[in-house]
Design a protein around this ligand. Structure first.
Ligand SMILES: *Cc1c(COP(=O)(O)O)cnc(C)c1O
Length: 398
């Protein structure tokens, strides 16, 4: 018999029932160090006092009004994002899928408004993940995600990731935009070569097409900058984000330059739930913390420490792990064993991690982590690798 919760996920046997800071508790009493943040969402850990206070106050004041009215929280949060990014304007919605979908719509609408409706095609990369709406599936590259859901929306051209020549060759007079993740997340925590984003920017300028970044996973401080593209020294025309934006509250956003958003007139796009007072209270509190002086440099420092320690463990266990990669607190470890085996062993050793494509195990810890948490995670990883190596030796002899 089908479970009451539709079985679209392979879930753990235990349920998580409580969280505080870097830790979560299961219904069987076990405590876990959360190095996954609910897939890069709980950016300030669990039940951060500032987020709890902001949400509690807002819950006692006003939850939802719709976008027929001005919403003070939206104006405050949009001002903060505009002041701290390339963007001139922000559209709010509720998830990564919606944010990428809106970014794609905006790119098409821009060329339509400029008198070029024939420019509707989007170039995206092999190995990318952009969400589960039909359009986002067409933009992404995962055949398995698309299986049985066709036909896919038309207008997407895929090129190898991190290959500027292939990208250039794919541009036609129908190309509207290039859509990329600054670091591929679900695809296996793949960072491109240093000049890649700059090359994409130059290509977009040369051909009059829009650079659209999917920073759903890389954004909101995770790499040590508010947005990951800042490391590359270039700015996009449109950016989609979500995951960590609300620190655990579901919310997405599309950031854009004034030029790119020119055709987004009243009635052109909408969302009933987008940018509710409740969501904006969470985002405002999250940004207050992340944008406070010293916070992001500290994230960068902790990330470097984590990388150092993980590198040592990977070198020690070559039969289990082959490399560490990514950027900031978006770390992937490629496995020589099945990645789910390592995720399971890490659970046994008290740490939550997240699997990704290309047989990778991800660490996406809350940005509040401290050195003691790094020690704890690295010790658990060391022990998990040793446990797996011992299991393998037993299998061989036994
Ligand atoms: C998670 C993710 C999405 C989809 O976000 P949802 O909130 O699950 O819809 C899109 N793009 C990237 C890069 C992501 O990591």
């Amino acid at each position: 018999m089908i479970s009451a919760v539709m079985p679209t996920y392979a879930r753990t046997a235990f349920a998580l029932v409580k969280g505080e800071g870097m830790y979560v508790w299961a219904d069987d009493g076990r405590r876990f160090l959360d190095m996954g943040s609910g897939i890069a969402v709980n950016s300030l850990g669990h039940c951060h006092p500032k987020l709890v206070a902001a949400l509690t106050e807002q819950a006692n004041t006003l939850w939802h009004v719709s976008n027929l009215y001005r919403i003070a929280g939206q104006e405050r949060v949009a001002d903060m994002l505009v002041a701290n990014s390339f963007a001139d304007t922000v559209f709010f919605n509720n998830s990564g899928a919606e944010a990428v979908e809106a970014a794609i719509k905006m790119a098409r609408r821009y060329h339509h408004g400029a008198g070029h409706p024939e420019r509707y095609r989007i170039i995206s990369c092999d190995g990318s993940f952009h969400g589960r709406s039909l359009t986002d599936l067409a933009a992404g590259s995962n055949e398995k995600h698309r299986e049985g859901f066709g036909p896919m929306p038309e207008g997407f051209d895929h090129v190898p990731f991190d290959n500027l020549n292939a990208m250039r060759a794919a541009i036609t007079d129908q190309t509207a935009a290039i859509l990329v993740e600054p670091v591929q997340g679900e695809g296996g925590i793949k960072a491109p070569s240093p000049g890649f984003l700059k090359g994409v920017r130059e290509m977009c300028d040369e051909f009059g097409i829009l650079m659209v970044l999917d920073e759903v996973q890389t954004g909101n401080g995770r790499t040590g900058k508010l947005f990951a593209h800042e490391w590359a020294g270039v700015t996009p025309d449109i950016l989609a984000t979500a995951k960590g934006l609300g620190g655990g509250f579901p919310v997405g956003a599309v950031l854009a330059t004034e030029a790119a958003a020119k055709a987004m007139t009243p009635g052109s796009h909408g969302s009933t739930f987008g940018g509710t007072p409740l969501a904006m209270a969470a985002v405002g509190a999250m940004l207050d913390v992340v944008l406070a002086p010293g916070f992001l440099p500290r994230v960068d420092k902790m990330a470097r420490l984590l990388w150092d320690r993980l590198g040592a463990v990977v070198a020690k266990h070559p039969t289990v792990l082959t490399d560490v990669r990514g950027q900031g607190l978006m770390v992937g470890m490629r496995c020589a064993v099945e990645n789910s085996v390592l995720v399971g062993k890490m659970i046994d050793n008290g740490v939550l991690t997240v699997p990704a494509g290309d047989n990778v195990v991800r660490m996406l810890p809350p940005m509040i982590l401290e050195e003691s948490h790094i020690d704890e995670a690295v010790q658990a990883l060391d022990k998990s690798c040793a446990d797996i190596a011992a299991d393998m030796a037993k299998e061989k002899t036994g």
